[in-house]
Design a protein around this ligand. Structure first.
Ligand code: ARG
Length: 441
């Protein structure tokens, strides 16, 4: 039973925030005259010593004690004697665990936000490096219209901006101080919760002790943020996987992030991108797991809530492992210009522009769409490209099409024409890049 119910194997990573929280608690107890000054000094010295033991890998974990919190308290009492037992005055493990998880979350949010900024910066540098490179843009995975590769990549910059916005929201709902809730009802000791909050850098207090120990919203919000972020990274990686396949042949990823096959010598498997896509599954799983754990739980603490940690920690580790690697991998990408040129040279990609041209000649867009559709159907039947049709033949579909229209069939010109704000013209993308850099700074 002890081993099954222990959280020690996975909650040891809370050791340092546990000590930090305990020291703040003891200082408050002393200031309020709840424990004597020399007692608080002994306890704090003991906790500092334990911190050193932890740092040096000398801490004697004992699985006979359920979690890291009890392990630290037990070790403290071993070191300084029965006075160690005063640490837990006016405190329950319920509010202690809540405090530790909040402190840990706040640190990890800071670290993750930095990694997200770095990924955004990598994307901006890539967008600059690939200036002027055209790719076919797709809808339904069918070639649709030519776009700048930079423009396509920058779409991910803005997704990440929203991800960081969501993370900021998580921080807001994590920046609440739960200690002082006790087991659930508060405490009869004359504590000062504001002092604890101030010394630990919390913005506000939980105003309801039952809410303080029952709340796992901030973890669920974090997992939601992570799930959406992983969805974005998975889409990016899916594109890199497609683009680096022989079928597309648009890009190459450096060998450091791919593997060979044990059987097929020609293979270069985009392992990192595939793992990023695959690990999205466990992050979604952790979100659904915790939502399910919390659903239907009566207030306040229930042992079920110990299940909040593994999925949360696993998600932190997944993101902290993945984000820097993804950034590094992106930096190594090179484009295959000849394949891209050929892909973009498909003049059907310019069909929208032909239709727009007819609109400028007085047709409604629907009429124009229909006419260009027939023209393309004709080309497909005759196995010809648009630019191979004689003007006289084009004229049969509409007189305006008999005019000189070669610039409408040139992907570079077509891209240059999309100057609307947020569009793919080089001038618009330049402006977008300026805004993106401003956003980052
Ligand atoms: N190890 C537990 C957890 O992480 C702490 C238990 C707190 N309270 C209790 N009454 N068992 O959730």
């Amino acid at each position: 039973m002890l081993h099954f119910s222990a959280s020690l194997p996975f909650d040891r990573r809370l050791a340092f925030v546990d000590i930090k929280g305990s020291i703040a608690h003891v200082q408050m107890l002393k200031k309020q005259g709840i424990i004597a000054s020399e007692e608080s000094e002994q306890i704090i010295n003991g906790l500092e010593e334990i911190r050193v033991e932890l740092e040096q890998g000398q801490f004697p974990y004992d699985l006979d004690f359920e979690d890291i919190h009890m392990n630290i308290e037990k070790r403290l009492t071993e070191m300084i004697g029965p006075v160690g037992g005063k640490l837990h005055t006016a405190r329950s493990r319920n509010d202690q665990v809540a405090l530790d998880t909040h402190l840990y979350m706040k640190e990890e949010i800071k670290a993750l936000d930095l990694l997200l900024t770095q990924l955004q910066e990598t994307i901006l540098h890539l967008a600059e490096r690939f200036e002027g490179v055209l790719i076919p843009g797709y809808t339904h995975l069918q070639r649709a219209q030519p776009v700048l590769l930079s423009h396509h990549l920058l779409a991910y910059f803005w997704m990440l901006k929203r991800d960081r916005g969501r993370l900021e929201g998580v921080l807001k709902h994590t920046d609440l101080m739960p200690l002082g809730a006790g087991a659930l009802a508060g405490t009869g000791f004359d504590i000062d919760r504001l002092q604890v909050a101030d010394s630990l850098g919390f913005a506000v207090l939980y105003e309801n002790s039952i809410d303080a120990v029952s709340d796992r919203d901030y973890i669920i919000e974090f997992l939601s943020f992570a799930a959406i972020l992983m969805m974005h990274l998975s889409r990016l990686c899916e594109e890199l996987i497609n683009w680096s396949s022989a079928e597309f042949g648009f890009i190459e990823i450096d060998d450091a992030y791919t593997t060979g096959s044990s059987m097929m010598p020609q293979k270069k498997n985009p392992d990192l991108a595939e793992l990023a896509r695959g690990k999205t599954g466990r992050v979604y799983g952790s979100l659904i797991a915790l939502l399910t754990v919390m659903k239907g739980l009566p207030l306040a603490y229930n042992k079920d809530m110990q299940e909040d940690k593994e999925g949360f920690f696993d998600t932190v580790d997944t993101l902290k492992g993945l984000l820097p690697l993804l950034s590094e991998m992106l930096k190594t990408i090179t484009v295959n210009s000849s394949c891209l040129k050929e892909a973009v040279d498909d003049d059907y990609l310019c069909a929208t522009d032909l239709a727009d041209y007819l609109v400028k000649n007085g047709l409604t867009f629907r009429e124009a769409h229909h006419i260009v559709g027939s023209l393309i159907a004709y080309c497909r039947k005759e196995k010809k490209r648009l630019r191979q049709l004689a003007s006289e033949i084009r004229g049969r579909f509409h007189p305006a099409l008999a005019e000189e229209i070669s610039s409408l069939l040139d992907p570079v010109k077509v891209v240059e024409a999309r100057r609307s704000r947020g569009g793919t013209a080089p001038s618009a993308v330049k402006e977008q890049l300026r805004l993106a850099w401003k956003e980052l700074s």
